[in-house]
Ligand binder design. Structure first.
Ligand code: ASP
Ligand code: MG
Length: 436
């Protein structure tokens, strides 16, 4: 069985939903994971922010706008009156539920329920559409099997068991539809896998059913070897390894959610990134096979802050790094890049929420310098130590760009460099010109 995931833009209008229906009704048994129609989750976040502030006029305005969008989609999507009616009733019932929060207390708990509505509505409408077209499909409620544990990590045992149990009730059904992004947490409450988490759902579902393939359908022809928003003439990559794809996704390639590679990698299920606008194009296959002797792609991650921590006491001392890392850990702030010298260490973070507290704590035993507006440029490829000359080519490409940090050898697939945000476009362009 395959898993096919379609993002918000792929189901963003009645027309787009029809195109997706064409794709999912091709032969083969499958589970289809859908995001909410594009823009929905952003609007739901906006609604929640108004509700926290008890700004009911603000909330109602966004609620009504969003509801109108869904009502229009229903009018356009279905041909038959009874399906139009079913669709309208469904949309109304979900929006009545959202509106009920304008009359009551609003906490994180209610917020999560509001955020779940987009995927719930979109999948139900899509399933009605398949049924109107005479297809045999079943809606699988993600809230019945997708669950996180106390550490907010997917509870893979629970997911597998429950998915298996539910699927076994429909041995002859060819098409299952389910919601991306939403789940229950360890307390059974409605929760989610973080923004953009539908890719993660697809990967977790693929791993749970030991699927034959996970397809991530977007609106570009696979993963590219550089960022097409900044560089012209980027190329689609036909084959890439799980490790390379994970690094790219983490370091800025927007096409895949960074968490989504790991479950597929562990279960060794190939992931294909495909284009709804050009469904028969080859796209990108992510698998365990590593293309030898190749620099594969470049990505960049914005909004990075670099912190240089120096101390005379680091010289020949042990325990210094532990002290530094404990501070970041206590503020739950992940470190992206690290470089060390005998007298200091530089680290980067992408979340400045606790920066001031972190700096205060570090200053108790060291001198601290901070650089804002930095970018991590990450080059992935077959970068095992035996492969000579690749680092040289990368630095040669970047010879006009000031480099703040360099990290190499952390894995066999990546060289990361920290540069100023203003040099990003030039750096990406220079790398594309010299490397590919
Ligand atoms: N709808 C959710 C979001 O916008 C999940 C997703 O699209 O992957 O974040
Ligand atoms: Mg996405």
């Amino acid at each position: 069985m395959k898993v096919l995931k379609f993002g918000g833009t792929s189901v963003g209008s009645a027309d787009r939903m029809r195109e997706v229906a064409e794709l999912v009704t091709r032969p083969g048994r499958k589970i289809v994971v859908l995001s909410a129609m594009s823009g929905t989750t952003n609007s739901l976040v906006e609604i929640a922010n108004y509700l926290y502030k008890k700004n009911y006029d603000g909330a109602n305005e966004v609620i009504n706008r969003l509801e109108r969008g869904y009502l229009n989609a229903v009018e356009e999507l279905y041909a038959k009156e009874d399906f139009k009616h079913k669709g309208l009733e469904l949309v109304k019932s979900h929006f009545d539920y959202i509106k009920s929060f304008t009359k009551d207390v609003f906490t994180v708990f209610e917020e999560k329920s509001v955020l779940a509505q987009g995927e719930l509505i979109t999948t139900a409408l899509f399933n009605f559409y398949l049924q109107e077209q005479g297809h045999d499909s079943v809606l699988l409620p993600a809230l019945d099997f997708m669950r996180t544990n106390k550490n907010n990590e997917p509870d893979t045992g629970y997911i597998r068991e429950n998915l298996e149990r539910i699927l076994s009730e429909y041995p002859d059904t060819p098409i299952f539809i389910t919601q991306g992004y939403i789940c229950r947490n360890a307390f059974g409450e409605v929760d989610n896998l973080q923004r953009g988490g539908s890719d993660y759902t697809a990967s977790l579902v693929g791993a749970a059913i030991n699927g034959e393939e996970i397809q991530i359908w977007t609106d570009i022809d696979g993963m590219h070897n550089n960022d097409p928003r900044y560089v012209d003439k980027t190329q689609s990559i036909a084959n890439i390894s799980f490790d390379e794809a994970a690094e790219l996704a983490y370091f800025g390639a927007k096409i895949l959610h960074p968490t989504s590679v790991l479950p597929a990698k562990i279960a060794n299920i190939p992931v294909k990134v495909l284009n709804t606008m050009d469904p028969d194009a080859e796209g990108t296959t992510i698998s365990s096979s590593q293309h030898k002797n190749r620099l594969t792609a470049v990505a960049a991650k914005d909004g990075i802050t670099a912190i240089k921590i120096t101390s005379g006491r680091m010289l020949l001392a042990f325990g210094f790094l532990r002290k530094v890392f404990e501070i970041f850990e206590s503020y739950k702030t992940p470190i992206d890049m690290i470089t060390t010298s005998e007298v200091g260490v530089s680290v980067t973070i992408d979340n400045n929420r606790h920066l001031e507290e972190i700096l205060d704590d570090l200053r108790k035993f060291s001198t601290v310098e901070v650089d804002y507006d930095q970018v991590i440029v990450c080059v992935v490829g077959d970068l095992v130590a035996e492969n000579k000359g690749y680092a040289n080519r990368i630095f040669d490409a970047l010879k006009e760009i000031p480099i703040r940090m360099i990290s190499y050898g952390g894995s066999e697939h990546n060289i990361s460099l920290l540069i100023n945000a203003k040099d990003k476009k030039d750096a990406l362009q220079a790398l594309s010109t010299k490397l590919f």
